[in-house]
Design a protein around this ligand. Structure first.
Ligand code: GLU
Length: 465
């Protein structure tokens, strides 16, 4: 056996028909990761031939979602609508070689044929009426009818491939009728365009959703008719939603960019999506670099993966915790700016203080907001924690804090002094102070929380006791 080293070339080929959910973007993640892990190229191709359903807005969401997740492409985006001349050129060449033939069967005739076959309990299929064969007389060409072009599918034998997910798949050619590959107006059809593109773009591995398994034997036959060997295929199982239904907008899926707006981290999303159909031992949390290092087509899952928001939040929380405060701060600043809050240099320290208790940058921004806008404790928290008994201690804390050096150790000793002067235990003072300063009694250690405020702000809030 000889081995030739070809550069890996993968592609993501979405149809921009409205909505890109997590299941769709996983179909971008795997070919991207495979290209990156093998030093190959990743190509983006927009399959926009469905003119009625394709929109530029959907293309923008695809580009935006991929950019957010860092799924960079090396070539493209190529738009199928801009490649019509090329498809027509290949069609003409195929017609010349007798690989396709015109079929004049009308819609009514096709319907009648289907009904007859169904009545005889046969699978509906084109019967080859217009397929030229040596010694066969074709029906007279009807006047004024524009034909479709049909592909001369091989007769007999099987089409087989070793799918990286499904294993060996074999389909008998008897199952496949002669596919229409050009409409009466000359426009090429879907399966044909995919093959021409995969050939022209020198795709070596097609990694896509398993809703395309049925197209694959047809596409392989077209590849071979064009004198090319098909690429390696990996058909990924569907991603189901939490209810076990196929993920879709109708079933409540969110567009991928929504997760960005909801405070998820790109690396956490990549980590989570990676595990939806692929595994590396028991590893649940990994970096982008580890994913690229580990990814291959030999550990793809065979059964449908189910989306689980709780797990996604957990994965996000792990990444958030592990992220450097300086790197986190700009992401939280972005969330704050959506609320009209301009953050400052304190934000990194604030992130460091609260990140352990957050699962998204939105949750982190909720904490950080207390540093930049006023807080209003609930009446319930006030009633529960701020009693007449503790008010004098809060007042003396305000007095002490107005005179100490403004740093964590000095604040800590001021608190201690007040506790001993008033004969209180830490929670008796800390809870009401937290309610006044942060609007909630549950926060990280009080001295650290206070130190990131200005002295004036703390005294102002303590005076509201
Ligand atoms: N455009 C197809 C889709 O969005 C993908 C085709 C392919 O990957 O071959 O489902």
């Amino acid at each position: 056996m000889t081995t030739t080293t070809t550069k890996t070339r993968t592609r993501f080929a979405p149809s921009p028909t409205g909505f890109i959910h997590l299941g769709n973007i996983r179909s971008a993640l795997y070919p991207w990761a495979f290209a990156r892990s093998t030093g190959g190229d990743f190509i983006l191709r927009i399959e926009d031939t469905d003119l009625e359903r394709s929109t530029q807005a959907a293309v923008d969401v695809i580009l935006e979602g991929m950019a957010w997740l860092g799924l960079d492409h090396d070539e493209g985006p190529f738009y199928q609508m801009q490649r019509m001349d090329r498809y027509k050129e290949v069609l003409a060449q195929m017609q010349q070689q007798g690989l396709v033939y015109p079929c004049y069967m009308s819609v009514e005739e096709l319907d009648a044929l289907r009904e007859k076959q169904m009545a005889a309990k046969q699978k509906p299929r084109y019967d080859g009426t217009w397929r030229p064969e040596p010694g066969k007389t074709l029906p007279p060409v009807p006047e004024g009818v524009k034909p479709v072009l049909r592909f001369r599918n091989p007769q007999g034998g099987v089409v087989a491939w070793d799918d990286k997910v499904k294993g060996r798949v074999e389909v008998s050619n008897e199952e496949l009728d002669d596919l229409v590959i050009a409409r009466p107006d000359g426009t090429p059809t879907y399966n044909f365009c995919v093959v021409v593109d995969d050939i022209d773009m020198a795709i070596t591995h097609v990694i896509r959703g398993d809703d395309h398994v049925n197209n694959t034997p047809r596409q392989i036959n077209i590849f071979r008719a064009l004198g090319k060997e098909p690429p390696v295929y990996a058909h990924l199982p569907t991603v189901l939603n939490e209810q076990g239904e196929k993920m879709s907008k109708r079933h409540g899926a969110k567009p991928v960019t929504q997760y960005r707006d909801d405070g998820f981290l790109p690396d956490a999303m990549v980590n989570y999506l990676a595990r939806l159909g692929w595994s590396h031992g028991d590893d649940e949390i990994f970096s982008r670099a580890q994913f690229i290092e580990w990814f291959n087509l030999d550990h793809l899952g065979r059964s449908a993966a189910q989306f689980d928001e709780t797990k996604l939040r957990w994965v996000n929380a792990q990444h958030l915790k592990a992220m450097a405060d300086d790197a986190l701060a700009p992401l939280v600043a972005e969330q704050l700016s959506k609320r009209g809050i301009v953050a400052d240099e304190r934000l990194a320290a604030i992130c460091g203080l609260f990140k352990d208790r957050c699962d998204t940058t939105v949750a982190l921004a909720n904490w950080a907001a207390a540093y930049y806008t006023d807080v209003t404790p609930s009446e319930e928290d006030r009633a529960q924690h701020i009693s007449d008994a503790v008010r004098p201690a809060i007042a003396s804390l305000a007095v002490k804090l107005s005179a100490v050096a403004w740093d964590k150790p000095a604040i800590a000793s001021a608190i201690k002094e007040v506790l001993s002067e008033h004969g209180l235990k830490m929670p008796a003072l800390a809870m009401p102070v937290r309610v006044l300063v942060m609007g909630t009694p549950q926060t990280p250690s009080l001295d650290a929380v206070l130190a990131n405020f200005s002295r004036e702000k703390i005294i102002e809030r303590l005076k509201r006791a």
